[in-house]
Design a protein around this ligand. Structure first.
Ligand SMILES: Cc1cc2nc3c(=O)[nH]c(=O)nc-3n(C[C@H](O)[C@H](O)[C@H](O)COP(=O)(O)OP(=O)(O)OC[C@H]3O[C@@H](n4cnc5c(N)ncnc54)[C@H](O)[C@@H]3O)c2cc1C
Length: 449
């Protein structure tokens, strides 16, 4: 048997003792009921939306399926919490690929500088690392999140955890075309809540055990909202390693290498950075930078060959010269060791060239400068840092409100955009949380709710 409760919030944040007796007697009307505004999804997009609404004097109600808020944000803290990026704003905006123009209005109102000021407002100063990435001084998420939640609660934001939104009652019809009744799966059974406006900030589908499962796709698609299928973004790739190689090197970073590959259009792209060898292939910030293009190319043909320059700071001629020096009585390994060719880099070379080829200095040098790796497939979305795809912008107006469902707004990673790692994700989702909250304010003011 399934129990259904109907919950009604008065939502008044004016305590009675704050109103003088005379005012009560003289006043002919009671204080106006505050509109019931829900935010579903307590990730950084949802929390930023709650902050804007709370600061505007409303009492938003935040729901989340998980027992506690912002689990993915906390997980990001385990990697140092890269909040944003310190590069020039014009360049920064280009990191959102085709969605750049769609995100620009939100980003212009909440720039990387604003994000740093926001963190500082809680007492968390930030710094720009050598790569331009911006982190809080302590590189932790938990203290910042604690301060954020504390402020929200003190500003009358109400939290309902372990409340999974599951859709709308089938019977619901609204003359105004507004979707007032919302169904939640709660520890006490299924409950129906009523709202005047709702912000959905439900995340993508990566790391689903942290709460974002992408299950929102079903109820939204049933209402005719077009959704680009969710795909992995900032993910690793599978490739074939020999048993010996993966036993020895899975979990080993490949530092200071340059990755290059040629796009379908014939353009060669390359970048310096670091990769991580995994049991199944490779992951890490260097490959994440290109993950969108690699995903698109892999969809056309697999395997896809990328190249690594294992000695990006040594010219081919110099490397070739060094490798042509007399080896004397040294073993090949000892000879290579003197040139700095050891460990994972030496093993990669041995995986590509046979014994005869390893004794040809010119070939060894050119292979070290352009070692081919054949990417077979992407790692699944569950393991990816973020998701591509989601609610298409064509469904939304300039306030991120669903055109077909007035009063319902969407923000964050559940929308159809992607960006590489580097702080662009958190900046993007928080900027959109803010944009949606401002949209709600416009919506309720226009309707005098
Ligand atoms: C390991 C890792 C490290 C990362 N590091 C960084 C980093 O350093 N810098 C950076 O910029 N980005 C980083 N990211 C990405 C970043 O954390 C996300 O892009 C960001 O959290 C997305 O914010 P969001 O609010 O849109 O969604 P989420 O943070 O995913 O939040 C969505 C919330 O909605 C809830 N929810 C989902 N469905 C329902 C439902 N039906 N009912 C109720 N609640 C629901 C979820 O429980 C969740 O709390 C990292 C991601 C991972 C996985």
């Amino acid at each position: 048997m399934c129990l259904i409760f109907i919950v009604n919030y008065s939502n008044s944040i004016l305590p009675l003792d704050s109103i003088h007796k005379d005012e009560l007697i003289l006043s002919t009307t009671l204080p106006k009921r505050l509109p019931k505004i829900a935010i579903i999804g307590a990730g950084p997009a949802g929390l930023m939306a709650a902050q804007i609404l709370a600061e505007a004097g409303y009492a938003p109600i935040v729901f989340d399926a998980m027992p506690s808020a912002a689990r993915k944000f906390l997980q990001a803290g385990r990697g140092g919490l890269n909040l944003t990026h310190g590069e020039d704003f014009e360049l920064f905006k280009t990191r959102y690929f085709e969605a750049q123009n769609l995100l620009t209005p939100a980003l212009e109102k909440f720039t990387p500088t604003d994000l740093r000021a926001w963190a500082a407002s809680f007492g968390f100063e930030t710094f720009v690392g050598s790569s331009g990435k911006v982190y809080p001084l302590d590189k932790k998420a938990a203290p910042l999140l604690r301060a954020w939640l504390h402020q929200l609660k003190s500003q009358h934001t109400v939290f309902h955890m372990k409340h999974r939104w599951i859709g709308w009652p089938r019977s619901q019809t609204s003359a105004e075309g507004q979707w007032k009744e919302w169904l939640f799966d709660t520890p006490d059974g299924v409950k129906v809540f009523e709202f005047d406006a709702v912000i959905l900030a439900l995340g993508g589908a990566s790391w689903p055990h942290l709460g974002s499962t992408g299950r929102w796709i079903t109820p939204l698609s049933e209402k005719g909202i077009s959704i680009t299928p969710l795909q992995p973004a900032n993910m690793g790739f599978d490739l074939f390693w020999s048993e010996v190689f993966k036993m020895k090197f899975a979990g080993t970073p490949l530092k200071n290498v340059q990755l290059s590959f040629t796009t379908e259009q014939g353009e060669t792209l390359s970048q310096l950075g670091e990769l991580m060898i995994t049991e199944k292939g490779v992951e890490g910030s260097l490959i994440y930078t290109f993950s969108k293009l690699l995903r698109e190319q892999l969809a056309l043909h697999a395997p896809l060959t990328i190249h690594l320059d294992l000695f990006p700071h040594r010219a081919l001629s110099h490397l070739s010269e060094q490798l042509s020096m007399p080896q004397g009585k040294q073993s090949l390994s000892s000879f290579w060791k003197r040139l700095g060719l050891t460990g994972v880099k030496a093993s990669l070379l041995r995986d590509v060239l046979n014994k005869t080829e390893l004794n040809q200095p010119g070939l060894v040098a050119s292979t070290l400068k352009s070692l081919p790796l054949n990417l077979i497939a992407m790692r699944p979305i569950e393991e990816a840092i973020s998701s591509a795809g989601g609610v298409g912008f064509a469904n939304l107006d300039e306030h991120l409100m669903l055109k077909a469902m007035p009063g319902i707004f969407c923000a964050g990673e559940m929308l159809d955009w992607e960006a590489p790692t580097g702080g662009y994700l958190l900046t993007g989702v928080m900027a959109q949380g803010r944009q949606a909250a401002e949209g709600v304010l416009t919506f309720i003011q226009a309707r005098d709710l």
